[in-house]
Design a protein around this ligand. Sequence first.
Ligand SMILES: [Zn+2]
Length: 555
Amino acid sequence: MKLTFIGADHEVTGSCHFLEAAGKKILIDCGMEQGRDTYQNVPLPVKPEEIDCVFVTHAHIDHTGLLPLLGAQGFRGKIYATRATADLCEIMLLDSAGIQEMEAEWKSRKAERKGEKAAPPLYTSRDAVEIMRRFIPCPYESEIQVSEDIAIRFRDVGHLLGSSAIEIRVREEGKEQILVFSGDVGNTNQPLINDPQKFSRADYLIIESTYGDRSHGPKSDYKTQLAAVLQETFDRGGNVVIPSFAIGRTQEILYFIRQIKQEHLVSGHDGFPVYVDSPLAVRATSIFNEHSDDCFDPEAREIVARGANPITFPKLRLTLTSEESKEINYVKEPKVILSASGMCDAGRIRHHLKYNLWREDSTVLFVGYQAEGSLGRVLQEGAEEVTLFGESIRVRAKIATLPGISGHADREGLLDWASGFEAPPRKTFVVHGDDAVVQPFADLLHEKLGFETYAPYSGTIWDLTNNMCLKETTGVPVEKAADKQLTGAAAPDCVKVSSGGIMERLQKDAGELAALVHAGRGIANKDLQKLAEEIEALCRKWKYIEDQENREKKR
Ligand SMILES: [Zn+2]
């Protein structure tokens, strides 16, 4: 039995493991690298058609995003996931395919103008629809026989609706070994979903470490803080605009708003309307409702048992069409607008920002992480003016942030989850954590729980029969500022694929520069002159490089 580490090693996205056990070739997760990419992922050591099956821990794109590509490249096996994960994958992979197609179209138009060949999308909506046929939706806690010698069990780890850690039992030469893949371990006391469930036995543990270096601190009273923001804003006569991730965070906010309404925590504005204006969020909300019996925590289930719905209330409006979306702007009474994307870089939220940022009475409330360079971060950092749809918008609305309800366990949470094992596993592999986090967290597991740990880089191969390293690798850093995002799912003879993250980054940078220029009124004239000179020099330099490249091509 052999395990090859493909992705999310010394970094946090692109989760993928390749297991060879009892004559089968198996992938555990098949994620896309997103955002900041630190190390290159090695390609899969076999062709996609040789893979027998995939086990999926949860629906987030950094664990599933390359499944459609795997299918397009020839994978014909089965994909095992919990029922809710399978349902969420259906909307998320289709959404991801839409983004790939849009990006490719944009690049193609640019290429055509240059007289170059257009690049196809990484995968298409059709690939996403096709891969969904391969899913086997599974219940939690049941033993599922995958082959004569391999059985798996999904256990709820409270990170996202349907999220799981996977226990794999492998029988080889009459001896059974147990592997546990943690997936992403959730936080405790999150609304709607269960707390992470522990395991008592494993020969090998593969554990995430996203927040293995920090503590979330004391839990904040989210409901009261949110109620205070609503009260203040509604008293001024404004709207509360909440940029929110469509799946998970939006439903959590709905849960809190239902409580706020039920307990009359906002006075004088009874029956205020709440709009969920994101087609993806609307679909995700109905998937949440369909899984109240197998995924909700006892508190939410009790509400359902009383015949109510924990994420629905009077005057909740779910808008699907763009006409419905536009009509929200004509509603005069103070309201809550929940819309995506969570970092304001795309989607309908940008329209709502355009209509509310200039209003002194409105509030833009951030409820999730805002990556550096995103419009959300620019607003959080106090930009006085931003550009939306080519128009300068003065920022007069109140910009507020609620301390995040994190979907991930912190250092103590991870240690507590790992403490469920009655005896230390033969080896514990620490993955899915930043470069600076994995080794310290591996040391902590050793110190606190006596675990023998190892933090592998992509390409490391471990012999699980004899518990020894077959190939040790060191990370190959991704070249900075180059279009080098590599997927982990390319077969050896397939081209390594770029997911085009650098263009998004450049556009963000350009947006930030524009915001800086627009906000420049308060800056001294001599500094503005210097800024202008620097921008002009930068333009001259890159124009020169482009001209030179064109000359090279003509030769
Ligand atoms: Zn996740």
